[in-house]
Design a protein around this ligand. Structure first.
Ligand code: PMV
Length: 360
């Protein structure tokens, strides 16, 4: 039993890298404490990552203080404030944070103003840092499953979808009775035997339709779901789509998987348009690209499908073996419709990395 206030290692350093994730079944609408209205499913990306290094001293005579915060080598007071609020929230679970003196530096691979959200990567990296601090300060060692479940729970408190960034492969967040072990409080990996090998090298090409800041934030969008006329239908639809996609993923059925992910993307945007007030995040070039993607699929019979987050940019999802054809199509037909011809190549990744363990 550790006496309160007794830190075995009050000084140290932690350093984690964590990825963004792309949802195939969308989380839309939340209850207090960032609990989801419906379960969602995603996979983590490989290149879109944030790494966070925290150097800390725990000093009971001082309150929590971020002594400095750097994002890609520069001060960023806006983001530092968000992190401070998040750490205050986590101090309900980790009392040492109430007295932590912190130097935090963060590196992000997200292209500046590409309109791609980095919050899932950032909050999951930070949650991992705090869980590692807990282990070091009190010289305890969680087993890997408990550690990542706990980090997922903590990441959720920063940004709901961040809780899905902690695991490789397909990840489910939200309780559903047909997937044992699922929870509203943290995400779980869909076991490998439930995912056919043809889904293990999924590609994600991100087409930047616009990098402008969104007029309606995701938080505002989640909020509008409370009084949404289609709220109950949406919960049923998401459950039904999750049920179907898990079968399609197991069977290696790309066609069915693709149809479900497009249905999810268009439903998400339909929910935004039919909210009160309604709003539109797609841009005219988003729609032009979606139509081109569908025609290309019809002409070539390739497995290339789209999904969209709460924004105008398109994620093209396809298997590695179709990469060459899809790349040619992107360069010739879609890049000219992207803002400044900008698109980003990414693919399914392997999850977070402890950079300190990598150093040693
Ligand atoms: O985690 P949030 O609050 O940024 O919400 C993310 C919502 C979507 O990206 C639209 C869907 C999802 O499941 O990631």
């Amino acid at each position: 039993m550790i006496e309160p206030g007794k830190y075995l290692n009050p000084e140290g350093k932690v350093h984690w890298k964590s990825p963004a994730n792309i949802a195939l079944i969308k989380y839309w609408g939340k209850y207090p404490e960032q609990l989801p209205m419906n379960p969602s499913l995603s996979f983590v990306l490989s290149n879109s990552v944030v790494s966070i290094k925290v150097e800390y001293v725990i000093d009971d005579s001082k309150p929590l203080n971020i002594l400095d915060f750097k994002l890609n080598g520069r001060d960023n007071p806006g983001f530092a404030e968000k992190i401070n609020n998040y750490l205050v929230r986590l101090s309900e679970y980790f009392s040492f944070l109430k007295h932590a003196q912190l130097h935090i530096s963060s590196e992000s691979t997200f292209p500046h103003s590409a309109g791609i959200a980095s919050s899932a990567a950032a909050f999951s990296a930070l949650a991992l840092c705090v869980c590692s601090m807990d282990e070091k300060i009190y010289e305890k060692r969680w087993n890997a499953d408990d550690f990542f479940n706990k980090a997922s729970y903590m990441a959720r408190l920063g940004s709901g979808s961040a809780c899905r960034s902690l695991f490789d492969g397909m990840v489910v967040w939200g309780f559903t009775k047909f997937l044992p072990g699922t929870s509203d409080e943290f995400a779980v990996k869909l076991s490998d035997d439930r995912v056919h090998e043809s889904f293990r090298d999924m590609q994600d090409t991100i087409l930047i339709a616009s990098s402008e800041t969104k007029k309606v934030s995701s938080s505002a969008g989640h909020e509008l779901m409370h009084k949404h006329p289609h709220r109950e239908n949406r919960k049923e639809q998401a459950l039904d789509n999750l049920n179907k996609i898990t079968r399609a993923l197991k069977d290696g059925n790309w066609k069915m998987t693709g149809e479900i992910i497009e249905n999810e993307a268009l439903s998400l945007h339909g929910l935004m348009m039919s909210s009160n007030p309604g709003y539109i995040l797609m841009r005219p070039n988003t729609i032009t690209m979606l139509e081109k993607i569908r025609s290309f699929r019809q002409d070539t019979r390739l497995n290339v499908y789209f999904t969209l987050d709460a924004g105008p940019n398109i994620h093209l999802i396809y298997p590695f073996k179709e990469r060459k054809d899809v790349r040619n199509f992107v360069t010739s037909d879609l890049a000219p419709l992207c803002e400044n011809h900008k698109w980003i190549d990414d693919e399914m990744g392997k999850g977070p990395v402890n950079l300190l363990e990598d150093d040693q």
